[in-house]
Design a protein around this ligand. Structure first.
Ligand code: FES
Length: 105
C-alpha cells in the first residue's frame, strides 16, 4: 500500500497508508485531516482540496488539466507547487508523495 506524507496547516507531518485507486484528497480526508474540506466531493469544482506538492514530486504527477488550473487560479495561496488533491490518483508510483495542506482562502 502506498504511503503519503501529509503536513497539516500547523506543520505537523503524518504518514498515511492508503489503497491504490483512491484520490489523494480521499486519502487525506479519510485519515483524520478535517482541514481539507473537499466540498465538491472530488468533482473538480471547489478548490477546497488544495495542497502544495513537495518540489521533487511535482514532475512525477499527472499533468494539470485546464479545469484544475482555472480553479487553482482562484486561490490566493496558489504557488508553483499547487495541485488539487482530488485530481491525483494514488498509485504505487506515488508511494512516498509529500503534500502540505494549503492555507484556507
Ligand atoms: S474536492 Fe472540490 S476540487 Fe477537489
Amino acid at each position: 500500500m502506498p504511503t503519503i506524507m501529509v503536513t497539516d496547516r500547523s506543520g505537523d507531518e503524518k504518514a498515511v497508508e492508503v489503497e491504490s485507486g483512491i484520490t489523494v484528497m480521499e486519502a487525506i480526508r479519510d485519515n483524520g485531516f478535517d482541514e481539507l474540506l473537499a466540498l465538491c466531493g472530488g468533482c473538480c469544482s471547489c478548490a477546497t482540496c488544495h495542497v502544495h506538492v513537495a518540489a521533487d514530486w511535482k514532475a512525477k504527477l499527472p499533468e494539470i488539466s485546464e479545469d484544475e488550473d482555472d480553479l487553482l487560479e482562484s486561490s490566493e495561496h496558489r504557488d508553483e507547487h499547487s495541485r488539487l488533491s482530488c485530481q491525483i490518483e494514488v498509485t504505487d508510483e506515488i508511494d512516498g508523495l509529500k503534500v502540505t495542506i494549503a492555507q484556507e482562502d
